[in-house]
Design a protein around this ligand. Structure first.
Ligand code: FAD
Length: 317
């Protein structure tokens, strides 16, 4: 079922969902099930699975020379989505990214998803490879989420890359990313909104936000979206702080601010166990407020560790 239908059918009740990362190569599908099983009691109507672009690694040869090779550490997104739908009978939402795909590979991936009965995709540009300082598009691929969205839209209208198949239109409900604190490359919020609006005008039917720790940022973002004519559901992305190291890593990786109160409370903790308690309690309060302001779904970035999310969901649902 489409995410938009799940939201409509909920009639204003806030839903619960979460995101998983494919396990690193060498791990099994049971790692995925172990990350899902503890959260099924909260009836997620959908589960997202991230997509990860290839990176470079250096392989040492017998003669000591190093060869730079392309390597995908976390493959399996499409297969994991199929496994989730098969085992749990809930919708799986694969993330689709520009990086690492030619347009033809994207077309073939979308055909696979259609055959698997997947109804939703989250369309993203994707992160830069770790070795690159900025995002470098794959030759023959897309540079921005809007470009990729255009291709999904075309297929939804039966327009394939080299031919029309009006009898075989896909029907994906398309989601996109939104940034309450601005995407780090956008010169300002106004410019970022311009592209977000473009994504929605092109047919994106829901937005999932970057994580945030101050609900005022989400509420302002929703208000600005509405003022800009963006009227689709805006799903808050949430992640509890679980370690003191995240005071540095989260702002660095996700380009977000942490509120002073939260930062100080964590700095005052005597040990990591207390840090986790503070992080979980903060998120419980955030979630309670978000339900009050009518967030359609609380969407957790579990990083495949279900335990903190389970505690939060138990406290708020
Ligand atoms: P875009 O919408 O393409 O925007 C990128 C930047 O370019 C922005 O600054 C925007 O303002 C600007 N821009 C947009 N369109 C244009 C245009 N036409 N011309 C000029 N400038 C433009 N990354 C992964 O690799 N895998 C994942 O699974 C993944 N999942 C995510 C899920 C969520 C909910 C979020 C919020 C992020 C996720 N990311 C993921 C990270 C995401 O890929 C990065 O934040 C990336 O840098 C931007 O992606 P985007 O889709 O927002 O890009």
């Amino acid at each position: 079922m489409k995410i938009t239908d799940h939201v409509t059918n909920a009639k204003g009740k806030t839903l619960f969902s979460f995101e998983l990362l494919p396990p690193v190569k060498g791990k099994s599908i049971t790692d995925i099930y172990d990350a899902i099983d503890p959260l099924m009691e909260f009836n997620p109507p959908f589960i997202d699975v991230t997509y990860h672009r290839e990176d470079y690694i250096y392989k040492q040869h017998d003669n000591g020379l190093l060869e730079k090779v392309s390597y995908r550490k976390r493959p399996g997104t499409v297969a994991i989505c199929a496994a989730i739908m098969n085992k749990y009978k809930v919708d799986a939402v694969p993330h689709l990214i520009c990086g690492g795909f030619t347009k033809e590979e994207t077309e073939n991936a979308l055909i696979d998803l259609q055959f698997l009965g997947i109804d939703n995709v989250l369309v993203l540009r994707g992160d830069a490879r770790h070795a690159d300082s900025t995002f470098i598009p794959t030759p023959g691929g897309h540079a921005y989420a809007t470009d990729l969205l255009g291709q999904v839209n075309d297929m939804n209208n039966g327009k394939y890359l080299f031919e029309d198949h009006s009898a075989f239109q896909t029907d994906f409900c398309i989601g996109v990313a939104g940034y309450p604190e601005k995407h780090f490359e956008a010169p300002n919020l106004k410019a970022d909104f311009k592209y977000l609006k473009q994504k929605v005008d092109m047919g994106a039917e829901f937005i999932v936000t970057q994580m945030f720790f101050d609900n005022a940022k989400y509420c302002d973002f929703v208000a600005q979206c509405r003022a800009n004519g963006i009227n689709v559901p805006i799903i808050p992305g949430l992640k509890p702080i679980t370690s003191s190291k995240q005071l540095i890593s989260l702002p660095k990786i996700f380009h977000i601010d942490l509120p002073e109160d939260l930062t100080e409370a964590i700095q005052e903790c005597k040990n990591e166990k207390d840090v986790k308690e503070v992080g979980i309690e903060w998120m419980i309060q955030q979630c309670k407020e978000l339900i009050k302001v009518g967030a359609p779904v609380l969407h957790f970035y579990t990083m495949s560790n279900p335990e903190p999310t389970k505690r939060i969901a138990r406290a708020v649902f």
